[in-house]
Design a binder for this molecule. Sequence first.
Ligand code: MG
Ligand code: MG
Length: 252
Amino acid sequence: MVTIKSPREIDTMAAAGRIVGGTLALIRRQIRPGMSTEDLDDLAEEFIRSHPGARPSFKGLYGFPKTLCTSINEEVVHGIPSAKRVLHEGSIVSVDVGVLLDGLHADSATTIAVGEVAPETQRLLDVTQASLVAGIAQARTGNHVGDIGHAVQQVAEAAGFGVVRELVGHGIGEQFHEEPQIPNYGSPKRGRRLVDGMTIAIEPMITQGNPATKTLPDKWTVVTADGRLSAHFEHTVAISDGEPRILTLVEG
Ligand code: MG
Ligand code: MG
């Protein structure tokens, strides 16, 4: 079921989203080679819980044990933070976080370069972010879910990169994952029509090589089957007065 949010609910999700955005900004400032993904998780959990009423969405969701998903290099999504996973210069790490505030969730991810990365790695990050921006621009009343996916896919594939098919964006609100699914591929004017009050997480997962994925024996971490790099950027977006309103930005 697609749930339509009131303007007041959207404002609450934006408040959750500011904490999400603040968490990612904090990690971006603090990240250094030599830190572990558990260090990032500790920073995030402490920051989120310092806001009255806020708690991490992921902890306990389907049994996930941590506040963040941290996915390094060929890991696409759902990597589990660990003291044993140390970040090295030249790596990239997708940091994904959700916050629950006053009964509503917000969800965002960014992929961060650790120190200096190769130009081709930076291009993957830039194109993935651009594909998210293109997808968000299509999140307007009267468009369809397929318009979002098509826009993401065009940007990624024109740059020579792959679009992961097995994982998709999603509606979000009282439940972390709601309908509709938001694939990062599709055809214009296809799929569910978008209406005011929908809140969706748009999250392109883009690969340097073939987009096929597999899941590691930990049953969480999704990696590229060919072992090449993957990047992931995400925002929670409301369709408000016909237009996309990004809810997971840091203000000021
Ligand atoms: Mg996310
Ligand atoms: Mg999401």
